[in-house]
Design a protein around this ligand. Structure first.
Ligand SMILES: [Zn+2]
Length: 336
């Protein structure tokens, strides 16, 4: 790891709260709640079980989410996980972090959706103060569910929420099924960023043109919609042109993409070409626990693979904060 990468201020836009718990906290919360479903209560064993397997038999361990969400069903646990996320990110040199999660899956033991959101918002407020980091929360609807409007309503109702996202499986669950939710978010000035992963070629079009998202969650597959000819960029469709011309931020998550099988290595990731050709790329962790990755490691991988230097990372970080959804005054202070 390059020392300067750890030290340099970093910013992350795409980090799932329920995908970033400490292993020790997962075990402690399970113990406290008499939650007996963890495959192991030994830290090393559990970490090994959650980690993606190198032979890619099990890319990302989807079962792990049942457990992280399983222990985040009361106010104290949700608050603690939020505070710890900000502490860990801050310790890692992150100065700006947007966290996201799907509030409605945390209502299994009686919390109301607004209580769930309050717990995270309180964690963020206290964490910002205690750990000297600027942060905000994005609420996710799930593509496979039909309650995304309810999530948009929560974004409207809760003034501290900074944005709306759609997460979950993408193949067979189009963003277009959530047209009304996205329209409502748009009409109510809710910032929208939507997942558009590598598996769905038309994803970018659906997200930015049909759903008016201000950013794209992932979006690395946009590389297939452009051609570089004599160092000039040619667009194969309107969506790619729109993303480029409007400097729509792409929330790229290299490690997560590799673990899901989209790329063999960071060097093969579209990040390098997109960055070199002027797309507004950002570097993100997606799920720190499930992917066994920190923000510094994520940045370091990109730095090494594409020969970037401190100025590259400073400029990416500045663009990242500029594309952020947290209120402008706080972001402006950071950028200065
Ligand atoms: Zn994600």
């Amino acid at each position: 790891m390059n020392d300067w990468v750890k030290e340099i201020p970093k910013a992350v836009l795409h980090d799932h709260l329920d995908g970033g718990l400490r292993v020790s906290t997962l075990i402690e919360l399970a113990e406290l709640q008499e939650y007996c479903q963890l495959p192991s209560t030994d830290q090393e064993e559990l970490k090994e079980w959650i980690k993606p397997k190198p032979d890619k038999t099990l890319a990302i361990n989807l079962e792990a989410w049942a457990h992280t969400i399983g222990v985040m069903q009361d106010e104290n646990s949700i608050y603690r996980v939020t505070m710890e996320a900000l502490e860990d990110l801050s310790d890692d040199g992150v100065v700006y972090a947007e966290l996201r999660f799907a509030p409605l899956v945390h209502c299994q033991k009686g919390l109301t959706p607004i209580e769930v959101v309050d717990s995270v918002v309180n964690g963020i407020k206290d964490g910002m103060e205690k750990y000297n980091i600027v942060s905000g929360v994005i609420l996710c609807g799930m593509r496979q569910e039909d309650n995304s409007q309810e999530v948009v309503d929560l974004c409207i109702e809760h003034k501290d929420v900074i944005g709306f996202d759609l997460a979950g499986p993408e193949i067979g669950f189009s963003v277009l099924n959530h047209k009304d939710a996205c329209q409502k978010a748009y009409e109510n000035n809710i910032n929208v960023t939507l997942h558009a992963d590598w598996e769905v070629p038309e994803g970018i079009q659906e997200v930015v043109l049909n759903s008016k998202a201000k950013r794209v969650g992932h979006g690395s597959q946009i590389i297939n919609d452009i051609e570089i000819d004599n160092e000039k960029i040619k667009f194969k469709n309107d969506a790619a042109k729109y993303v480029y011309e409007n400097k729509i931020a792409l929330e790229l998550c290299p490690t997560s993409n590799i673990q899901c099988g989209a790329y063999q290595s960071v060097g093969e990731h579209s990040f390098g070409t997109l960055y070199k050709n002027g797309f507004n790329v950002t570097i993100n962790t997606d799920n720190r626990l499930m992917s066994d990755i920190s923000m510094s490691e994520e940045v370091n991988n990109v730095v090494e693979a594409f020969n970037l230097n401190e100025n590259d990372i400073r400029s990416i970080t500045k663009n990242t904060i500029e594309a952020g959804f947290v209120n402008y005054d706080l972001r402006k202070k950071l950028m200065e």
